[in-house]
Design a protein around this ligand. Sequence first.
Ligand SMILES: [Zn+2]
Length: 458
Amino acid sequence: MGIALIWCLALILIKWITSKRRGAISYDSSDQTALYIRMLGDVRVRSRAGFETERRGSHPYIDFRIFHSNSEIEVSVSARNVRRLLSFQRYLRSSRFFRGITVPNSSNILDDDYNGQAKCMLEKVGNWNFDIFLFDRLTNGNSLVSLTFHLFNLHGLIEHFQLDTMKLRRFLVMVQEDYHSQNPYHNAVHAADVTQAMHCYLKEPKLSKSLTPWDVLLSLIAAATHDLDHPGVNQPFLIKTNHYLATLYKNTSVLENHHWRSAVGLLRESGLFAHMSLENRQLMESQIGDLILATDISQQNEYLSMFRSHLDRGDLCLENANHRHFILQMALKCADICNPCRTWELSKQWSEKVTEEFFHQGDIEKKYHLGVSPLCDRQTETIANIQIGFMTYLVEPLFGEWARFSNTRLSQTMLGHLGLNKASWKGVQREQSGSGDDVDPTFEEMDSDILPQEPRLS
Ligand SMILES: [Zn+2]
């Protein structure tokens, strides 16, 4: 089938889907734009002859042509320069999946032994030392689908909200596929890890006794989708490269807005909650947005001072839906940056992965003379320095307050790992530099406009 024909079919499909959706939910213009962007953002434009493409498949598409010209090039999405529509590919892949047609590839076939071990692991899904990397291997890279489906079941959400399990699985498959497996850090395994951590927090006595099924539902969906379609570069990078998402979201919480809108797009596309009232669906979409937007690390000080004030005054009342919602925002923030609170074996792997992603961005910035962002220069930064700064300025303050709110064994375990991991990185730092007191001040400047999301581990 020719490219032009595929493009025409895709356009018809998009038009049909969106006109169908309009019948059910009224859009404001930004919603509509965001949803078009989500679908069309999957479109990658063909690079011009002689132009070097970025091989890592950065997506949402980053047009590297802008670095090769003095004048701004208009990126027109036309039948001629469209190479492929990834959403369309996803449809084909998913439909093959649901028709039971598997690509002849032995790596897709798991024997019963692996399935048995994965099931066995799920019995301990509430343990803080749950090894998500092992679980991902045992599920053949389907940790996010398997884990989230299991948690929906465990929390009784399928029954309570009368969810169609096929639609639920389809939704989760789409979510998992919209994460970029090429990203060393911001991929579906990170999303699965955050969802598992969120589940641990939801089980904490203070929360579990007051949470409603609705709260649990939103928390799990927000955790699973909170980094959806993450391009593997941070907000300053999108701003300085004039990325369309930075323009669309006016340089504010650009990634988080995109993750949220992408999640909304998939929720609507899957029809998972089509049986609910329009009012409830709209409420769900906006509350999921509040949760995801809270993961913008550049806003951490605002959330933290609010949390601190509530704790000082002792006025948090979890019977109050607004207070519960605020605590869920704090819980998701904790889940998102809980890597340093895991065991050293798990924590170290995350540290290596996130640094790899930072350094990859730094490499691109160097290559295209964009000015290397803080923490992204592999010549001057080390994992140990980055981690110690991250722990000191972001993780310790957040988890300190969380332990004041929920002083349980889990909180103490997390703080214990945090202390041990920091000491381990300090040991590494001493070995590398001969001194041991370097704390990267970059993290202290989190509120500055220069560095809104630099150490973003979300
Ligand atoms: Zn995240």
